[in-house]
Design a protein around this ligand. Structure first.
Ligand SMILES: C[S@@+](CC[C@H](N)C(=O)[O-])C[C@H]1O[C@@H](n2cnc3c(N)ncnc32)[C@H](O)[C@@H]1O
Length: 451
């Protein structure tokens, strides 16, 4: 019998969206960001990120000590890794999306001289400003893009097809591309990656027309926006955080670009003391869209093939990422509960007369999702120390024709079959889904590996 526990309530600064970007009713240990959650974490986060205080809660709940190793097999932008580093715990992150992997790697790299960072940033900014000035562009004054037509740099047609239409206006894009190219002449500098990460954040949150919540979308286009000053502002945030830790001893943090379903190929046996993570949910969200603009501009995704390759390395959680040759459903066949849900979805589809290609895949993607997670849970076992404790943050879903998927409960059942002990399931928060008028639970499944 699984034990359900309500997490304690903590008061922090208000934030209205959850890490899937949905407006939430918070109860329990909510998604609100405490000011201390921003240090390092804010260098670049995405809408999928969970709050840092959730990680510190479990590090303390698990009694993790210095010298031990925590793993986040779906590390996203590195919340677990940063929090582990701040608390003196060694960490390993695994992430399949190259820009998220890059962000995590930079966010745990604290050995960059802050004075050097400031100096190189200023040189790059000055050089960019003079190139723009020679083109008649003052970054701090609004320019009329129509007067500059023909001189503005653009993305290639292929790159344009990869990003959401109108996600960035022509003049800001031009300035970003000039800055990016000046920056790329400084690749040999130790602080180069930090400067690139600051540019990624500037592109998305200061310059683009993107908005997040619940899905990534495009809002009213900004004809112009200061790019260089915004970028320098982001660099200054990094400099401020790094100044506090530079030249000090830190625990190790390793970030691997890999698939969490094949983790034993990249992590040595019996090395992990705890896992704190949030995998994707079966919620019909294309996780790669969230990071598409900065991935394309910074060259992490160059063409359709790169995107396809990236999607194939992700656990299937939406029908846009399903391929004919996918076979993770093999792993779900032995779980009758998963087959039952997939059948219920398919029956509902037939009953409602829904016939689009995507709707026909709803049942299959559910099997692929749980099969992928079963594969991950099986594979990760050999990397765990006996006694390792694991926390998986997952949400219930009803995205497929309103059939309720109790993600946490199902994962707990799969984990039991695989040999884990299900210690309890914590309620992180609930979200009211207007489409189904149901309370959906976001839970933390707590497992133990006895070896
Ligand atoms: C909910 S997000 C995690 C967010 C993270 N906790 C944070 O705070 O930034 C899930 C992440 O899992 C990654 N992912 C999905 N399938 C993966 C796989 N098979 N291997 C590694 N990472 C994967 C996605 O790219 C995404 O970044």
């Amino acid at each position: 019998m699984v034990k359900y526990v309500q997490l304690p309530l903590i008061e922090t600064e208000a934030k209205k969206t959850n890490y899937q970007g949905q407006v939430i009713e918070t109860n329990g240990l909510g998604n609100r960001l405490a000011p201390e959650d921003r240090v390092f974490h804010d260098w670049y986060r995405f809408v999928l990120s969970y709050p840092a205080h959730l990680v510190s809660y479990y590090m303390s709940n698990f009694g993790l000590k210095k010298g031990q190793v925590v793993l986040d097999p779906f590390c996203g932008t590195g919340t677990t890794l940063v929090e582990a580093k701040r608390n003196g715990i060694n960490s390993i992150g695994v992430e399949a999306n190259p820009i998220a992997h890059f962000a995590s790697s930079v966010k745990v790299d604290w050995d960059v001289n802050p004075l050097h960072l400031t100096q190189i940033a200023q040189e790059v900014a000055n050089q960019t400003l003079s190139i723009l000035a020679a083109q008649g562009i003052d970054d701090n004054k609004k320019s009329d893009p129509s007067l500059l037509q023909g001189q503005l740099r653009t993305l290639s047609d292929e790159q344009e097809r990869l990003i959401l239409q109108d996600s960035i206006s022509p003049l800001p894009l031009h300035k970003v591309l000039v800055l990016r190219d000046v920056l790329s002449t400084r690749q040999a500098e130790r602080c180069y990656n930090h400067l690139c990460l600051a540019l990624a954040k500037t592109i998305v949150f200061r310059v683009s027309n993107l908005h997040f919540g619940p899905e990534v979308g495009v809002e009213k286009p900004k004809a112009d926006a200061p790019v260089i000053a915004s970028w320098l502002g982001e660099v200054q945030h990094i400099v401020k955080d790094i100044s506090k830790v530079y030249n000090k001893e830190h625990p190790t943090s390793t970030v691997l670009l890999a698939d969490a379903r094949n983790i034993s190929q990249v992590i040595a046996s019996l090395t992990i003391d705890a896992v704190i993570t949030s995998p994707p949910y079966p919620n019909e969200k294309d996780y790669t869209r969230t990071t598409r603009l900065e991935s394309v501009i910074l060259g992490f995704v160059k063409n359709k093939e790169d995107l396809r390759h990236l999607k194939k390395t992700l656990v299937r959680s939406n029908t846009r990422g399903v391929y004919k040759e996918d076979d993770d459903d093999q792993w779900s066949h032995k779980y009758p509960q998963i087959n039952e849900i997939a059948r219920a979805i398919e029956n509902r589809r037939i009953e409602l007369g829904k016939t689009s290609g995507f709707e026909r895949l709803y049942g299959r993607v559910t099997r692929l999702y749980f099969g992928g997670m079963a594969r991950h849970l099986e594979d990760i076992r050999q990397t765990l120390h006996p006694g390792a404790q694991l926390a998986y943050v997952v949400g219930d879903q009803a995205s497929y024709l309103r059939i309720l998927i109790r993600t946490g409960q199902l994962l707990a059942e799969i984990a039991t079959e695989i040999g884990y002990e299900v210690v309890r399931i914590d309620l992180f928060r609930t979200r009211f889904a207007t489409s189904t008028k149901q309370e959906l639970r976001e839970e933390v499944v707590i497992l133990k590996w006895r070896g």
